[in-house]
Design a protein around this ligand. Structure first.
Ligand code: CLF
Ligand code: SF4
Length: 297
């Protein structure tokens, strides 16, 4: 709340539903799916949900051009006045699609300058885009960080695409780790609020997320959101087809409790879709498909 943080930080979090537990009862966010490509492979990815980088199956999000996205934002803002935040969170990586992501922000600043901008990224390209992030007044950046040890990372990420080539194994995880830490440090230095999302993968990083929590706190992360891997056997394709399970509620809580005293934890994440619309936990995206928006005009 306003009593335990500097005024300029409170200004940035008080109406952001993900960054403030109180705000999420009153303010809504929406995502626009303008970022289809990704520059890494996570073993748990299915590109239907994002920000969370998780794997719950669902309906494929409707991919939008920046112009379509801005139309949609303007239409939603007129129907849902509590809509304060626009996020680009997939279905791939926001910064693997920089032209589309930043063109969306540029157009939006012209047409709806009051809406706060937010992105979610795996961090690989982040150091290259910190200037643009600041230039477009993106106040909030989520980085998904599942490890701070490339040996753990090699079990999560089969490859990355970086410096014009595909890199695999330990080397890939090491580069990703270094880019994530550098990007986080650069954002902290520029005063951009950062949230770290970590997917809890039993047997892979459950014992390791305390280290992640410590390292991101050291580098100025504002919040740490530890989320369960959601794997539903009937939908198959999770974790390199090996049948990786998700954590139980008790396992999730145990890891969150073990991180108490470190970076502040977010506990109200609802693992949104890449095209979510509405209050957290509510999804009104079906009301705002392109054909419906055209009917509204
Ligand atoms: Fe979207 Fe993410 Fe911004 Fe929020 S979602 S890009 S920070 S505006 Fe929020 Fe959804 Fe959890 Fe993400 S509840 S999955 S944390
Ligand atoms: Fe999928 Fe996101 Fe991982 Fe890219 S960063 S592979 S979109 S989960």
């Amino acid at each position: 709340g306003p009593d335990d943080m500097p005024a300029e930080i409170w200004e940035k979090v008080k109406n952001h539903p993900c960054y403030s537990e109180e705000a999420h009862h009153h303010y809504a966010r929406m995502h626009v799916a303008v970022a289809p490509a990704c520059n890494i492979q996570c073993n748990y990815c299915n590109r239907k949900y994002d920000c969370s980088n998780e794997s719950r199956p669902g309906v494929v999000s409707q991919k939008l051009t920046p112009e379509q996205a801005v139309k949609k934002v303007v239409a939603v803002a007129s129907e849902i006045p509590q809509m304060t935040v626009l996020g680009v969170a997939g279905p791939g990586d926001s910064l693997a699609n920089p032209k589309k992501t930043f063109e969306t922000f540029r157009l939006l600043q012209e047409q709806a300058p009051d809406i706060k901008l937010c992105i979610s990224t795996n961090g690989l390209a982040l150091p290259d885009y910190v200037d643009e992030i600041c230039q477009y007044n993106v106040d909030h950046v989520t980085i998904t960080i599942n490890m701070v040890d490339p040996a753990v990372g090699a079990k999560i990420y089969p490859w990355i695409f970086w410096d014009h080539r595909r890199i695999t194994g330990y080397e890939a995880a090491k580069i990703l780790h270094e880019r994530q830490m550098l990007g986080l440090e650069m954002l902290t230095a520029r005063g951009v609020l950062t949230k770290i999302n970590s997917v809890l993968i039993p047997g892979i990083n459950d014992q390791h997320l305390m280290d992640v929590n410590r390292e991101v706190k050291k580098r100025g992360a504002f919040l740490h959101n530890i989320m369960p891997l959601i794997s539903e056997a009937e939908h198959g394709t999770v974790f390199g087809l090996t049948g990786q399970r998700g954590p139980s509620a008790q396992e999730l809580k145990a890891v969150q409790d073990a991180c108490a005293g470190g970076a502040n934890l977010m506990r109200h994440c609802r693992q949104c879709r890449a095209d979510a619309v509405g209050l957290l936990g509510e999804d009104r995206s079906d009301e705002f498909t392109l054909d419906k928006i055209e009917e509204m005009e």
